[in-house]
Design a binder for this molecule. Structure first.
Ligand code: GLC
Ligand code: CA
Length: 571
């Protein structure tokens, strides 16, 4: 099917992700909350975005900042009340903005009523809501856990002399989707939120909800041979995953005009269409991790390569994923979220001399690619990673528990801390920088996580008044995409593939053609265009002055981190 013929509001959407804990605190306890978000609705509207995605706001003891839910139908104490939520939803809808929530149903909190009962005895009605392995069967076959200090996903529980499964933290027991009663509970809960009027769900690690109840032994050899040595790839191949998603679609999703996006943990290119091919009636789209898994290149002769990662590999990943969805399904595009460090620090250059240019360049990439755009709050200001020196500063269970694990294995914690400066999730979670007053205007109290001291320079108030700020450039990009659906649906064609510093591509349909060229490095680069251009009009550039026509020269010279969008006519 031609994607062009199949237009949908959620394909055209720019989704703005708000991490509630870090967006705006309304009552001085140092934690962002719903009333804080309500107070910033005009700001969100001013961005021109179509959808807000809120990270979990449900009741939670916060072992993993809300990804451990103890009541799916109530609001976290720190964030406010259901009344606040209703007001937020209303406020967004009044402004023409949709709202999607996080659906976290691979696991619950161990403080959820279901789990409290489940662990109480071997023969209660909730026992089968979770995965148990009775101790008399011996040790359960090893499963890896992301956050566990021993990397072990089985936790012994004395109350019923059995082990329970937790792919994430000890306080996040995995729900047993194999039990139809559990599935009904989840569907009922989804109806509850849809009836309130929300517009969709971002589905947390939904790819791994199906487990193999035979619990086969997975050796390192098996893992290496069939799953690239990567546990999530095994987890994402649960035997009944598609049956469950089709059932969920039938029973819930098909009844509303809503959007769904899967967090595609462990999902490979070979499998993605099974999740998002519209004809299969499962989910609308999925976001993959392949781009995010690109690591920094090693320092050579004391010099960090420029860009710091392999841009040819980067282009290859985004090109291949685009091709996958050119006929079926639909893609997503993002460079940051609450599980990643800041976009500009990770993919651009946060050195004060390059920060603004490279932020704008990266936003240009996101807003001119095919697929639904997911944009993380704070990136529109060019916020940077905080890069903590000390473990004491971290709040994230991922960093803290892995630090403990490495310490207990007598591993190199110094190297680990250095690495966390580049990759830790807390880099992306420091509070939003509203202005240059104390605590960046985020809170009047003590912030739950340190605020990046660069807020004095980098903040919304300062950027609001600067016509050329990163913020105002983002707004222009959003408008440009809104006015040119070619940028949403049009074909994508990579040019100058082997260029290791610049990313150049064409977006086109029968109406229009755009040439987008992005310099990912701090050097000047020349791009030899292998297409004959008849006419070219520069629509947007992150440098303010004009430049030589590309028609005369047939080549494009890009200054450091320069990004340009041309509307072109090919000969
Ligand atoms: C997803 C979330 C992450 C969370 C994990 C466990 O990856 O994005 O923040 O820690 O799932 O729920
Ligand atoms: Ca608060």
């Amino acid at each position: 099917m031609d994607n062009l013929a199949d237009k949908k509001w959620w394909k055209e959407a720019v989704v703005y992700q708000v991490y509630p804990r870090s967006f705006k605190d309304s009552n001085g306890d140092g934690i962002g909350d719903i009333r804080g978000i309500i107070s910033k609705l005009e700001y969100i509207k001013s961005l021109g975005v179509d959808v807000v995605w809120l990270n979990p706001i449900f009741k939670s003891p916060n072992a993993d900042n809300g990804y451990d839910i103890s009541d799916y139908r109530d609001i976290m104490d720190e964030f406010g009340t259901m009344k606040d939520f209703d007001e937020l939803l209303n406020g967004l809808h009044q402004r023409g903005i949709k709202l999607i929530l996080d659906l976290v149903v691979n696991h619950s909190s161990d403080e959820h009523e279901w789990f409290k009962r489940s662990r109480g005895s071997r023969n209660n009605t909730y026992r089968d809501y979770y995965h148990w392995w009775e101790a008399e069967r011996g040790k359960p076959p090893y499963r890896w856990s992301v956050f566990d200090v021993n990397s072990n996903a089985w936790q012994y529980d004395a109350a019923s002399d059995a082990y329970y499964l937790h792919y994430f933290a000890v306080k996040q027991p995995d729900l047993k989707w194999e039990n139809p009663k559990l599935r009904q509970e989840i569907y009922d809960m989804m109806h509850f939120w849809f009836r309130k009027g929300i517009d969709g769900f971002r589905m947390d690690v939904i790819s791994v909800i199906s487990k193999d109840p035979a619990w086969p032994v997975i050796t390192k050899d098996i893992l290496d041979k069939y799953y690239n040595g990567f546990w999530p790839s095994y987890y994402a191949k649960g035997p009944n995953i598609h049956e469950y998603l089709q059932e969920m679609n039938r029973e819930v999703l098909s009844k509303y005009d809503v959007m769904t996006v899967a967090e595609g943990w462990g999902v490979t290119k070979d499998d993605v269409l099974k999740f998002v091919d519209a004809e299969r009636k499962e989910l609308d789209m999925l976001y993959h991790f392949e781009g995010m898994q690109l690591r920094h290149l090693p320092v050579q002769n004391g010099i960090l390569p420029d860009p710091k990662y392999d841009l040819v590999a980067f282009k290859d990943i985004y090109t291949k994923w685009d091709t996958l969805f050119s006929e079926k399904g639909w893609g997503t595009i993002y460079l940051g979220n609450h599980d990643q460090s800041r976009m500009v620090s990770r993919w651009g250059n946060d050195d004060p001399g390059w920060r603004e240019l490279s932020s704008k360049m990266l936003s240009t990439f996101l807003l001119t690619m095919r697929g639904t755009v997911y944009y993380y709050a704070g990136d529109e200001l060019g916020m940077t990673s905080i890069k903590f020196d000390s473990i004491e500063d971290y709040r994230d269970i991922d960093t803290i528990n892995n630090y403990q694990r490495i310490l207990s294995e007598s591993g190199d914690v110094i190297a680990f801390l250095e690495e966390q400066k580049i990759y830790s999730r807390d880099n992306g979670r420091t509070p939003f920088q509203w202005d240059d007053t104390i605590h960046a205007g985020f809170t009047s109290g003590k912030p739950w996580l340190k605020i990046n001291p660069d807020y004095i320079r980098i903040n919304a108030a300062t950027e609001e008044h600067d016509e050329n700020s990163v913020l105002n450039y983002f707004r222009k990009l959003v408008q440009l995409r809104r006015q040119n659906k070619t940028l949403v649906y049009g074909k994508y064609r990579l040019l100058d593939k082997e260029n290791s510093k610049a990313y150049t591509y064409i977006r086109e349909d029968t109406n229009k053609k755009f040439l987008i060229a992005l310099n990912f490095s701090s050097a000047t680069v020349t791009i030899y265009l292998d297409v004959p251009i008849l006419e070219a009009q520069l629509l947007l550039s992150n440098y303010s002055d004009t430049r030589k026509s590309l028609i005369e020269t047939g080549k494009l010279e890009l200054r450091p981190y320069e990004s340009v969008i041309y509307e072109i006519q090919l000969r």
